[in-house]
Design a protein around this ligand. Structure first.
Ligand code: ATP
Length: 236
């Protein structure tokens, strides 16, 4: 498969603090790559680096084009959408209004088709169409954040801990939806997740970060089966 995203020697940090010390990783076109690791390992910083929110060194190739050092909005225009860990929905607005903002770049006829696709993937959001986003459950807010990002029709979706703070059943539901999105949309996903087991089930490829360095990488299925890795790094 052609590479959608290729990071080479990626370094990043905050002011004088270096957080990422030269990461190499890949996301295949239409594939899912999981970034795993303990708190503070640098997973969120990696997503911020890819979307131009922190200063970086090294190469970040999106569809072969080096986007390192570009402004966030220029990177977004090249087809990258980011769902940050704070989720990023407009709490005062309804589900419908959030959808319309997500789709602002689309033309009218496409908007309707895109909304219908989202309703198929996220039936709960359709049921809560006129409800204010701030009154949705945590899981529904996460769904809304993902739907809004998908309405931009990205090539690459960055997802920061979609399971954060959610009950196990709703986490299962969200991962079920993500499996469908993966099968039906062709979007590539770079997923940061604390729930290693679920992330490895969904992903093709995975990287384990420890204090800003990749310590394990490979096909997700192999990492899942590797008992030594599971015990040393994943804690299950
Ligand atoms: P978590 O799961 O806890 O979010 P993470 O793997 O995503 O962990 P990061 O959030 O990328 O880790 O943080 C990596 C390191 O960078 C941490 O030591 C953190 O304290 C530091 N860091 C994160 N954000 C900032 C910031 N805005 N300014 C300075 N240091 C930061």
């Amino acid at each position: 498969m052609p590479m959608l995203l290729e990071a080479k020697g990626l370094r990043a940090g905050y002011g004088p603090t270096h957080v990422l010390h030269g990461l190499d990783f890949l996301v295949e076109d239409g594939g899912v790559t999981a970034l795993l690791g303990a708190n503070g390992a640098g997973k969120t910083t990696t997503l911020r680096a890819v979307c131009g929110m922190v200063k970086t060194e090294g190469e970040i190739l999106l569809g072969g084009e080096n986007i390192a050092g570009w402004a966030t909005e220029d990177i977004a225009r090249r087809g990258l959408a980011h769902v940050p860990d704070g989720r990023g929905t407009f709490m005062e607005l309804t589900v419908e209004e959030n959808f319309r903002l997500g789709a602002y770049v689309r033309r009218d006829r496409e908007v309707q088709a895109d909304f219908e696709r989202m309703w198929a993937w996220f039936p709960r959001l359709r049921q809560r169409w006129k409800q204010q986003a701030g009154t949705l459950s945590g899981g529904e807010q996460q769904m809304l954040a993902i739907a809004r990002a998908l309405l931009l029709r990205p090539r690459l979706l960055l997802l920061d801990e979609p399971s954060f703070g959610l009950a196990p059943l709703i986490v299962q539901e969200i991962f079920g939806i993500m499996r469908r999105i993966r099968a039906e949309s062709g979007v590539g996903i770079l997923l940061v997740e604390q729930n290693a087991n679920l992330a490895l089930e969904l992903a093709d490829r995975a990287y384990l970060l420890e204090t800003g360095r990749i310590v394990v990488s490979g096909p997700a299925a192999e990492i899942r089966e590797d008992e030594a890795i599971r015990r040393s790094y994943l804690g299950y």
